[in-house]
Each structure stands twice: as structure tokens, then as C-alpha cells.
Design a protein around this ligand. Sequence first.
Ligand SMILES: Cc1ncc(COP(=O)(O)O)c(C=O)c1O
Length: 378
Amino acid sequence: MNEYSISTQFIDLAAQQKLIRSRIDIAIKKVLDHGQYIMGPEVKQFESDLKEFTGSKHAFTCANGTDALSIVLMAWDIGPGDAVFVPSFTYIATAEAPAQLGATPFFVDVDKDTFNIDLKSFKQAILDSRELGLRPAAVIPVDLVGQPAQVDEITDIAHQEKIKVLVDGAQSFGGISNNRRVGSMGDATTTSFFPAKPLGCYGDGGAIFTQDDGDAELINSIRLHGKGSHKYENIRIGMNSRMDTIQAAILIEKLKIFPDELIAREKIANLYTEKLSEKIRTPFCNNNLKSAWAQYTIVIEDRDRIQDELKSKNIPSVIYYPIPLSKQAGYKDYPSVKSGLDVSDYLSKRVLSLPMHPYLRDDEVERISQEICLLTGQ
Ligand SMILES: Cc1ncc(COP(=O)(O)O)c(C=O)c1O
């Protein structure tokens, strides 16, 4: 065992904290001093920073990335009888939000290279949903493992059918598609600031982006108990989903180093690809897209054995996601596209995410890659 085998972290939040700890301490102290713990000045400041960073006309913070999805669906009045198309290969929150509102999450397959919604499968699902008597109402493309989905193509198909596009950018904040940042595409975009996300806080947090003034007003109201012109006038049913001022203060500091971290993530991803791509299936990257590299995910046979072997060498890895949503006990009765979910099922048995964070050293990436090549018999 060498020193690296002890220290390699899957996501090293401590390394980042060490770098910015004094600035975070000052930012938190400021909040403690002014005492506006809920909707304090840092929340407004961070929302303004988010608009500037993403190029989005409106940005609203909220309590987490799951609420962010629900708030947008509520603003669009999605409910019983509505089909909301979601990939089967994603995190549960993407389907949970429409299900909670009484809408029908409708499972669509993903593309084997990008892991994101397959256009053909989406088109088929629209027809299938009508056959079941549902109204095709919204689609939630997910930017899985950080790579933006084909949002423009999905929007073209969706808008022809009067379907709204809600981009789940929980994993892709910082990503770019056709020179536009995640947050400026689709009818609305949501993200998560869960600690392990590319931009994470020290607790829960989320945000919603839209270019539409009417939706912006609804979103702002819904996240604050359906407020009207003031806090104690409630003009619709909403929810309590605010970002804590302390988390906003932390995120303001973290956003300052985020562009450099994105560059570091990309460099690490490129090094992994250089070391692995001739031997195993490495992430596919479309030229017009820039991933936020939330994860570096390979596709391999015999995945579980390899994960165990890596563990025995103190190399952490994670399987996102071992059970596709269409096979989750709580969701298996929801409909899925007639043409099947073969790619989602295939990927769920073969994906493996390797350590990925901006502070991973080249020698760690080289060692991890070397071990994987040995273990896969390459
Ligand atoms: C694709 C996706 N959507 C939504 C969420 C929900 O975000 P949160 O955990 O902040 O509620 C996550 C978080 O892991 C996610 O990965």
C-alpha cells in the first residue's frame, strides 16, 4: 500500500474547505452578526451572482434540488392526468417531483453514449402517453453525470406538442451547451447545491432558472408559501422552500473559485480518458458540450467484481444508479415507453463512477487508471 491508496477520496470536500476556510469563516460570521438567517442579504446577492454566472434572466434559490423541480411543475399547474416524461436512468428526485403532484412520471430510455434522454424514445413516449389517455404535459431532460442533455432538440420536439421543458441540471451546474451555460436553456432549469454536487454548499440548497417573467413571478411566490404582495398575503398554494442565508453566504464564496474548479475537473477527466480510452469505454463528449464533470463514469462488464477489487486497494468508486427508476418498487407501476428501456437497464448494470473532484492529483488518476486496466485484464 502506498500513501496515495490511503488518501484518495471519491469527492474531497475537505481539500476545498482548506483552501477557502478563512473566507467561509468570515462569511458565516457576517451572517451571525447581522442575524437575518432567513432570506437575508446574502440570498439576494447569491441570486444575482447566479444570474450573472449562468446568463439566465431570473434565478431563485430554494431549499434543495428536489423542491426546485416541484416548484416549477407547480408553477406550470402539472397534476393528475398529466404525463411528465423522465429518463429511467437518473436519480429518483426527477420522477418523485411529478409523482408527488399526482402527475404520471412516464419513463423514457436514454442514449447509450451520453446517458441522457434518447430523442426517438421521447417521441415514441409522447404517442404512447396519448394512447393511455394522458395529456403530454412536460419533459424533464436530466444532464446526467454533468453532461448537458440535447435540450435544443428536445425543446423542438416538445414545443411542437405544447410540452414544457424542465431541465434537471442538478448534476450539471457549470456545464455549457452551444456556448450557453446550464441555467439558460429549456423553459426552466433547476439545480442542486447538495454538498457533493459540482457547486455544493454545507447542507441542502437548490436553485431555479427561467427566462419567462410570468413563470418567475409564480416560482418566487410558490417557494414562499404562495405569497402575494407581502409575506402574509397568500394567493395560491405554495410550499416552504427557502435557502438558508448561511448557505447562500457559503455559496457566494464557493462560486468565486468555481470557474477554476471546472477547469481542474475537465483536466482530470481528460487525463482519465487519455489513460483509459484505448482499453475501456470512457465518457462520450460531444464537441458542442462542456460537461461539469460531476462524475467520471465508465461502462464495464463485471462491474461489481471490479468495484470490490478497487475497494480492496483503497480506491473508492460509486454506482450511480444500480436500479433504473422503472424497476424501483415505488415506481414500477408507472408507464414506460413501448419500445422499452433497454439502454437504461444495460447501463444500470455496468456503470462505475471513479474518484472525481478538482483537487485530485495527476498521480492519483494515473494509479486509479493503472489499477482499472490491470483489473479489466487490459
Ligand atoms: C438528477 C438529480 N435530480 C435532482 C436531485 C435532487 O437534488 P437535492 O438532493 O438537492 O434535492 C439530484 C440530487 O442528487 C439529482 O442528482
